[in-house]
Design a protein around this ligand. Structure first.
Ligand code: FEO
Length: 405
């Protein structure tokens, strides 16, 4: 897609990746974008690069505005290869550009790329760059979500180029939130934000809160947030900042998500009365079968809901492999402020449900124990137990939700 002007003399010059479905293991059914921005000021400045496969796209976009050899500054907010791996192709066209980057960014970039002959200007929070009409302010955001991360604020444009923060993995012809919402729903957009936050930023909620607090305290006027993935927020950038603050504060829907797998359908059959019990208690419920769903979708749905029930058969005295894999991955994301319980079937020796509960306990979640189990296939009596279990769990989720009101 051709370059798009987002502010006077500032252009989106990125690339749309309609086809990517596996983004380092994170399944992206809607593709993604790699956004970068050209400031065609007296000192022509490029903010961020793109993924190497898309180097020619961004170069063509830049050439549509200015000869790349005229670029004298390259700001690298983040060195992850989806943003920085085209840097070699770009630097070949603008060998004299000075690279503005954090110290950790510079060291990291050297591990990925041959940087010999390039000129770096290491920056830290509060450092600025004047490009003529614009003043750029750099703010380090370490561990949001890599150690090198920073954001760039363009003062006179009231523009925050926020790198991964506030992004979404979504390929779309729309560049702005208002354009997107002309033909799609707010739910679709917000769901993409939840998806991205859950899979990328979940471990860093306290840092998200702290950084948003710093930006507010610094009194930066922001009327546009331009992330490095997905749409640009210009309609109401305060909305996405509030959404991030709420998520970081522990916001979640009053819902139970059942995340399960099954061998011979017994654990699956248990979900039916459990769902009914949850619904009869007036709580929304969603069901995700692990081998039928990408892990990233299960992670998103886990994070959107206040309560989660893990369903696992027992195999060789342990959890079913897909359930174990999911919980292992979830543990690494260090979830907080969520309630968890477990259920499942076993044949001659249990163990799966016990392990699932141990896993939730280790994560520090609000646990509802001991869960419910059945032998082989659920009997009518087991179904009643499952129904009551669902009701009881939903009641507890409602009580727990009250703590976050
Ligand atoms: Fe989109 Fe952390 O890279």
């Amino acid at each position: 897609m051709a370059a798009v002007k987002i502010k006077p003399d500032i252009y989106w010059v990125g690339a749309i990746d309609w086809a990517v479905r596996d983004f380092h293991g994170y399944i992206t059914p809607n593709g993604t974008t790699y956004n970068n921005y050209l400031i065609n000021d007296q000192q022509v400045t490029l903010v961020d690069a793109v993924k190497h496969d898309f180097a020619s796209s961004t170069i063509e976009n830049i050439k549509g505005i200015v000869d790349p050899s005229k670029i004298v500054n390259l700001v690298i907010n983040h060195i992850e290869p989806d943003h920085a791996s085209a840097i070699g192709s770009l630097m070949a066209l603008m060998p004299n550009a000075v690279i503005y980057i954090t110290e950790r960014g510079r060291k990291g970039l050297e591990r990925y790329t041959d940087t010999s002959g390039w000129t770096f200007k290491v920056v830290k929070t509060g450092d600025t760059l004047n490009t003529g009409s614009y003043n750029l302010l750099f703010l380090e955001t370490p561990m949001l979500h890599w150690p090198d991360s920073m954001v760039t604020y363009v003062k006179e444009a009231k523009l925050l180029i926020s790198q991964d923060a506030f992004g979404q993995h979504m390929a779309t012809a729309a560049r702005f939130d208002d354009e997107f919402l002309e033909c799609a729903s707010l739910f679709e957009l917000e769901d993409a934000v939840w998806d991205y936050y859950a899979n990328i930023l979940m471990p860093f909620g306290q840092l998200v809160k702290a950084k948003i607090g710093e930006i507010v305290k610094a009194g930066l006027e922001i009327d546009m947030i331009a992330p490095d993935h997905g749409i640009i927020w210009r309609k109401d950038p305060g909305k996405i900042i509030k959404m991030y603050s709420d998520i970081a504060e522990g916001n979640a829907d009053q819902r139970v998500v059942i995340i399960y797998d099954t061998m011979w359908h017994s654990t699956e059959l248990m979900t039916i009365p459990i769902v009914q019990g949850i619904k009869d208690e007036g709580v929304d419920c969603k069901v995700i079968k692990l081998r039928a769903s990408p892990t990233s979708v299960a992670i998103k749905e886990f994070w959107k809901a206040r309560g989660c029930l893990i369903g696992t058969p027992t195999i060789n005295n342990v959890m079913f492999p897909s359930v174990a894999e999911f919980l292992h991955h979830l543990g690494g994301l260090r979830p907080k402020n969520r309630m968890m319980g477990a259920f499942g079937s076993y044949g001659w020796g249990g163990g799966g449900v016990k392990e699932a509960l141990e896993s939730g306990r280790k994560m520090g979640l609000e646990m509802v124990e001991p869960g419910v189990q059945c032998v082989y296939k659920p009997s009518a009596e087991d179904e009643t137990k499952c129904y009551e279990f669902g009701k009881d769990f939903a009641r507890k989720v409602k009580e727990y939700q009250g703590k976050f009101a």
